[in-house]
Design a protein around this ligand. Structure first.
Ligand SMILES: NC(=O)c1ccc[n+]([C@@H]2O[C@H](COP(=O)([O-])OP(=O)(O)OC[C@H]3O[C@@H](n4cnc5c(N)ncnc54)[C@H](OP(=O)(O)O)[C@@H]3O)[C@@H](O)[C@H]2O)c1
Length: 299
């Protein structure tokens, strides 16, 4: 891995750029990388391009990103394999969070989502696949991807707790939870992260963020920059135009300011967009602009 591809003017994140959060015994900078889309990286001819995907992951690490978010279902294991191809043997300061909880299957084009599968047997099988794909003996952060309405949530959580007891998982996070589900998880093991959809234009999980803040748990908003064209989203775009920066950078700046426990994981399939998002860590909002976006969301 080299830094020679990084232009001289591309800055590298450090612990002071946007601060850090602790995921169990690991500390990472607050800007993560969502690796859901790496497996769709394309070359100039529009063809899927594994080398570009690998370059994307290396670039994120080289520019100082220290938390990578992936899942067994992203590209059916491809995202995890690409991370391993790019960065294994992993540097000590890199933390990878993967997930299980959906039934891995090629998505039926007629369906918007994959079916969940929180059965303990499925979690066990998927954990072994993730260990193999990531070339690890122990998953640093293993996240419960989604509660499965057809399986008692405690049973799904129990499978993660068992894997932790067996040393196959270091830390456990949860995703897409209500406050009650978070409480149940916390009664079974230390929860090191919560990952729900959240951005300036979609604050449906405000109360879950508040619960995380009360408990000191890092909150990893997914879809952090894909703001909706509602009033808050339009205000993000207005502020960006006034500042001469990108709406995605303002969306990130708003999140960093919203809570010191916020660890956004913006995702992209393009190196140029990755660079833009990392550059966003140096964009800071005035009190007035932060307040404008905040008030627009509340309306
Ligand atoms: N726990 C869960 O249930 C869950 C669900 C969904 C996602 N996630 C995680 O959250 C991560 C982020 O979520 P997400 O990818 O859905 O949403 P996102 O990061 O908010 O937005 C990604 C979208 O924005 C585009 N984009 C990224 N950077 C850009 C830039 N600088 N300028 C213009 N467009 C840009 C991407 O397209 P390009 O590829 O063209 O850049 C993509 O369409 C995922 O990678 C995944 O790790 C978790």
């Amino acid at each position: 891995m080299t830094t020679e591809e990084i232009p001289m003017d591309a800055r590298t994140l450090d612990d002071t750029t946007v601060g850090t959060v602790s995921l169990g015994d690991r500390t990472v900078g607050r800007l993560g990388f969502g690796a859901m889309r790496v497996s769709s990286a394309r070359n100039a001819e529009g063809k899927r391009d594994r080398a570009e995907a690998v370059r994307l992951c290396r670039r994120a690490y080289e520019r100082g990103v220290r938390f990578f978010d992936t899942a067994d279902i992203y590209g059916l294991g491809e995202s995890e394999e690409i991370i391993a191809e790019a960065l294994h043997p992993y540097p000590d300061d890199l933390v990878i969070g993967t997930k299980a909880g959906f039934r891995p299957a090629r998505m039926d084009p007629g369906h918007a989502t994959m079916p969940p599968s929180g059965r303990p047997e499925n979690i066990r099988v998927q954990a072994e696949k993730s260990l193999t794909a990531l070339r690890l003996d122990c998953l640093p952060v293993y996240q419960v991807h989604v509660p499965d309405p057809s399986v008692p949530y405690a049973d799904t959580l129990g499978a993660f707790a068992d894997l932790q007891q067996e040393g196959k998982v270091a830390h456990i996070g949860v995703c897409n939870v209500s406050e009650a589900q978070l409480e149940l998880a916390r009664s079974m093991f230390p929860v090191v992260s919560v990952q729900n959809r959240y951005n300036a234009s979609d604050r449906a999980f405000e109360s879950v963020l508040a619960a995380c803040e009360a408990a000191g748990i890092p909150f990893l908003p997914w879809q952090p920059i894909a703001v909706q064209p509602n009033l808050a989203g339009r205000t993000v775009a207005e502020v960006a135009a006034e500042m001469g920066v990108l709406p995605q950078q303002v969306a990130l700046a708003w999140l960093f300011r919203r809570s010191p426990l916020m660890l956004p994981i913006p995702g992209t399939s393009k190196v140029a967009h990755l660079d833009d998002n990392i550059d966003g860590a140096w964009v800071s909002l005035s009190d007035e602009d932060y307040g404008r976006i905040d008030r627009a969301a509340a309306l």
